[in-house]
Design a protein around this ligand. Structure first.
Ligand code: G3D
Ligand code: MG
Length: 179
């Protein structure tokens, strides 16, 4: 009886899973958010503050916060951390100069108490640009294999066409299923 009740509760309880989309300015965060929510390319302007959208995939609701990535805004990222289940880090794969800045921000985030249980999805965005960093290069620069206390996944994508974005969502869905 208890198990049936739990299953029914899960079925009808449209619980929202909180997701934050972070990364440096110009990485493609807002483009990704609007690909998820509208399936079309929008003309973005630098995000001041945040954008939020509810994304529904196969009856699973994600509340996705796209947080501005300019240097002046990064110190306020932690105000969004409470109850976050997934952190999506968007990397501009053409930006070799600033990948080390992303790494620093990443480890600062992962060490935060409120993100202890959050899963980490890294989008290696702008894969359409010739000569960009590969997933392997980005994994290495971010030292992802040293991340032991968070579930993580890296996914190549192109936010302009949407390629790779569904695979990222699928990974998040798969993590929800095993919990
Ligand atoms: P941000 O929200 O992380 O700051 P935006 O980034 O979503 O505003 O995107 C920054 C710029 O990168 C935009 O170009 C956007 O079109 C572009 N961009 C996003 N994703 C991709 C991608 O996969 N490939 C390529 N080639 N460009 C991408 P503009 O010119 O509008 O500033
Ligand atoms: Mg933006």
């Amino acid at each position: 009886m208890g198990i049936i009740f739990t299953k029914l509760w899960r079925l009808f309880n449209h619980q929202e899973h909180k997701v934050i989309i972070v990364g440096l300015d110009n990485a493609g965060k807002t483009t990704i958010l609007y690909q998820f929510s509208m399936n079309e390319v929008v003309h973005t302007s630098p995000t001041i503050g945040s954008n939020v959208e509810e994304i529904v995939v196969k009856n699973t609701h994600f509340l996705m916060w796209d947080i501005g990535g300019q240097e002046s805004l990064r110190s306020s990222w932690n105000t969004y951390y409470t109850n976050t289940e997934f952190v999506i880090v968007v990397v501009d794969s053409t930006d070799r100069e600033r990948i080390s800045v992303t790494r620093e921000e990443l480890y600062r985030m992962l060490a935060h108490e409120d993100l202890k249980k959050a899963g980490l999805l890294v989008f290696a965005n702008k894969q359409d640009v010739k000569g960009c960093m590969t997933v392997a290069e980005i994994s290495q620069s971010l030292q992802l294999t040293s991340v032991k206390d968070h579930q993580w996944h890296i996914q190549a994508c192109c936010a302009l066409t949407g390629e790779g974005l569904c695979q990222g969502l699928e990974w998040m869905m798969s993590r929800l299923r095993v919990r």
